[in-house]
Write a protein that binds this ligand. Structure first.
Ligand code: CA
Ligand code: CA
Length: 100
């Protein structure tokens, strides 16, 4: 019973985090010792400053032409493992309030 309560509370927490901002996601990060942690970030926050705005769009554009530009994994908006023009299109839609 306790196991189900913990699962329920975990799912409830995840759903509330996702729907409270609409752009929040979890990143799964592995460590050398095999542990897996989850961190919260705002999708599209390409410079990792906690805000999603036009500066992030410019950062992604620079990254697509020069991959030595520092970029936060949160820039991978469609979560396909690549940061590219598709993410730029999605971020433009987010910034313009267009649903995708
Ligand atoms: Ca940002
Ligand atoms: Ca992507």
């Amino acid at each position: 019973m306790k196991k189900y309560l913990i699962r329920f509370l975990t799912v409830l927490f995840c759903l509330s985090a996702i729907f409270s901002t609409g752009l929040t996601a979890f990143a799964k990060e592995g460590t050398d010792d095999g542990a897996v942690t989850f961190s919260l970030f705002d999708l599209g926050d390409a410079n990792g400053n906690g805000e999603v705005n036009i500066v992030d769009l410019i950062r992604i554009k620079h990254y697509t032409t020069n991959t030595s530009v520092a970029i936060d994994p949160a820039a991978d908006i469609n979560v396909d493992g690549n940061i590219d023009s598709n993410d730029m299109v999605l971020l433009k839609k987010i910034l313009l309030g267009i649903s995708f």
